[in-house]
Design a protein around this ligand. Sequence first.
Ligand code: NAP
Length: 276
Amino acid sequence: MRVDGAVRRGEVAVDLGLQGHKALVGGASRGLGRAAAEALAAAGCDLLLWARDEAALADVARTVSKRHGVRAEIVTADAYDPATPQRLHEAATSTLGDVDVLVLNSGGPPRCGALETDRESWEASFRLLCTGPVELATRLIPGMQRRGWGRVVAILSSGVRQPIPGLVYSNACRSALVAWLKTAAAELASSGVTLNGVLPGRLATDRVAELDEAMARELGVDVAEVRRRSTTDIPAGRYGDPAELGSVVAFLCSAAASYVTGALVPVDGGMIKGVA
Ligand SMILES: NC(=O)c1ccc[n+]([C@@H]2O[C@H](COP(=O)([O-])OP(=O)(O)OC[C@H]3O[C@@H](n4cnc5c(N)ncnc54)[C@H](OP(=O)(O)O)[C@@H]3O)[C@@H](O)[C@H]2O)c1
């Protein structure tokens, strides 16, 4: 299956129904956010991309607009900054007008064990992973409600189903965002606005490479050994490609996913072992 303006299964092309929709995508300069942006551009969405690195964002914008013939604008912002939701709302209004599709994503918090936390890092991580995304969504959803159509997809983590050792801020703060997302999904279910989350396991991005390097230093082994051990836990037998998450995000934003809301979709090669 590939996403190419449509999802193709064999010879049958399925139109995602996203042509001309406007999408705001976070953490879009690389990794999973970039992959989500590329899949939405392939489906015909105009984009506003945000992250901190202006040159990297500009490169993504040039690439996707050339490849897919969509409009792609950029805005720099730091997810730790409390002024960011308002800044993004204003930038989206002035560049895109209405936002139909919102992808909530930015960077990950620092590694930390459950008994090593401190208040400052809790507050920063909660802003990054919960209050920042909630404030941004809260600003954009009313417009979606008025138009009777909208899609919000949060890039979360397998850690909300199966907490990841050494990532307590990620496990806890993303779980709070899930609780908000499920509450909002139920409140909005009759309005044409859906809210869903994707749960990446281990997809090959800079973030995962950095975590593997940190783990290698901690264990005193080389990074190839860390990757080998991690891969043993993944039934698919490999790390995922970011594009394999981008296509799931695009599907959740599609017309075909109109009756899917409040869902948490693992994109993990079978890594989460539990049934719920
Ligand atoms: N990859 C995986 O398998 C996996 C698994 C579980 C969870 N996740 C989570 O999914 C999210 C995306 O992961 P990824 O693997 O794509 O990470 P990544 O490769 O490190 O990319 C992170 C993106 O977020 C942006 N970003 C980082 N810090 C930011 C900040 N303070 N403000 C604004 N933008 C910021 C980065 O761009 P700039 O540096 O330009 O700002 C980049 O575009 C993260 O929250 C990560 O923890 C990923």
